[in-house]
Design a protein around this ligand. Sequence first.
Ligand code: GUN
Length: 303
Amino acid sequence: MSKKRSAKIIDGKKISAAILQDLKEDIAALRARGVAPGLAVVLVGANPASEVYVKAKRRTCIDLGIESFSHDLPESCTEKRLLKLIEKLNEDPRVHGILVQMPLPEHISEKKVLEAISPDKDVDGFHPVNVGRLLNGEECFVSCTPAGCQALLLRSGYDPAGKHVVIVGRSNIVGKPLAALLMQKANGANATVTVCHSHTRNISKITREADILIAAMGRPEFVKPNMVREGAIVLDVGVNRIPDATKKSGTRLVGDVAFAGVSRKARAITPVPGGVGPMTIAMLMTNTVKAARRAADRKRGRA
Ligand code: GUN
């Protein structure tokens, strides 16, 4: 009987813990300069998934020595009130990063809110100024999930330079910025990038050509073994809750990749949970420290 190969598991928990550990030194150095990095996390309403994410972000701040400013607003909060709060946070020198958790209630324009955040405090990297700078290859805040994918590849020894990266999914939060990031003429990038989506014809033919395949379309276990080249590196950005009668909760988390089958073909793969997810918070903290360092440098420049 032939022994089935099994992919190396890319451990996002371990890699994110190492990044956070390194950040502690940067935070200590900033504090020694009299600057305490601060992140404001704004939650509107009571979306259970958002509550879990926000709690994790605030707890990580506290663990690292980043000041956490919490603003929990009711579902009924008006757009005007939220915009006023952002204006106040933009002007608050203790706040270096501002994160407004998405999704927002329907009566509030996400676009207006994101555009109200100062690009200098946009640690989510969602402001059009930062998105434009990313596309132009300029210094900017890169959104956290794409930055996390790049860091996972590099820290696992899979430099995307010269590789064919196929991204499945074209969202503004993941697919599009990830394509821009990995195609840059820059260290840690220089990939040949293809983006597939719901209108792509013969998608399996394209995904099978990937040296690095990144699934980010939000469809449970969409990527099947026949879509993956033998020896490919597979990153799974998906987080989907599906029914599972064998679980006490009646559900379980799966990614956008059919993990069991694909891990027999891939060279390395991220699990769900414990892959890309923990990296998103590590990159948020990294961006917050960068925002604080930039603010401190600006202050020194003015002195
Ligand atoms: N909702 C889901 N993911 C994110 C994220 O990365 N940032 C914000 N602000 N909201 C989200």
